[in-house]
Design a protein around this ligand. Structure first.
Ligand SMILES: C[S@@+](CC[C@H](N)C(=O)[O-])C[C@H]1O[C@@H](n2cnc3c(N)ncnc32)[C@H](O)[C@@H]1O
Length: 123
C-alpha cells in the first residue's frame, strides 16, 4: 500500500492528488471462493479490505465503534473486527448482508464475537 502526500514529491507547483494504491487481491479471498462454491452472487462493488483497514487504523482506536451505513458485503465490518473494533453494518439489500457472513467463517476466532443480523423479517 502506498500513501502519497504532497510534501513527499516535488511536482513543480502542481497539486497532486493524495491517493491510496492497493493491490486488488479480493478476487482470491475466502469470501469470493465461498460465494462461488455456494452459488451466491458476490457483491459487485466491494472495496479492498486494506482500504477499510487504513481508515480504521487512522481514525479509531481498539474498542471504538465503526459504523458503515452502506455496508455491501461488509468489508468494513470484517476489517474492524480483525482490528479489534466494534462495528455496525447497515445494508439495504439483505442478501448482501447474508453473504457477508461468509467473511467471518474464514477464522473461527471471529465467530466468538456476537454476530447479529437484523432485517425486515426480524423487525
Ligand atoms: C458501493 S456499495 C458498498 C460496498 C462495500 N464497501 C463493500 O466493500 O462491499 C454501496 C451499498 O450501499 C447500499 N445502499 C444504498 N442505499 C442504501 C440505504 N439507503 N441504506 C443502506 N444501504 C444502502 C447498496 O445496496 C450497496 O450495497
Amino acid at each position: 500500500m502506498t500513501f502519497q502526500r504532497n510534501s513527499i514529491n516535488d511536482n513543480g507547483g502542481a497539486i497532486p492528488p493524495n491517493f491510496l494504491e492497493l493491490a486488488n487481491t479480493e478476487s482470491n479471498s475466502h469470501y469470493m471462493r465461498k460465494c462461488k462454491e455456494l452459488g451466491i452472487k458476490p457483491h459487485p462493488a466491494r472495496f479492498p479490505k486494506e482500504f477499510a483497514e487504513f481508515f480504521i487504523k487512522f481514525l479509531t482506536n481498539e474498542g471504538d465503534l465503526v459504523l458503515d451505513p452502506f455496508a455491501g458485503s461488509n468489508t468494513t465490518g470484517y476489517a474492524a473486527e480483525k482490528l479489534e473494533r466494534q462495528w455496525i453494518a447497515v445494508e439495504l439489500n439483505e442478501p448482501y448482508i447474508e453473504g457477508s457472513i461468509l467473511r467471518f467463517e474464514e477464522e473461527p476466532s471471529l465467530f466468538e464475537s456476537e454476530l447479529k443480523v437484523y432485517g425486515s423479517k426480524n423487525a
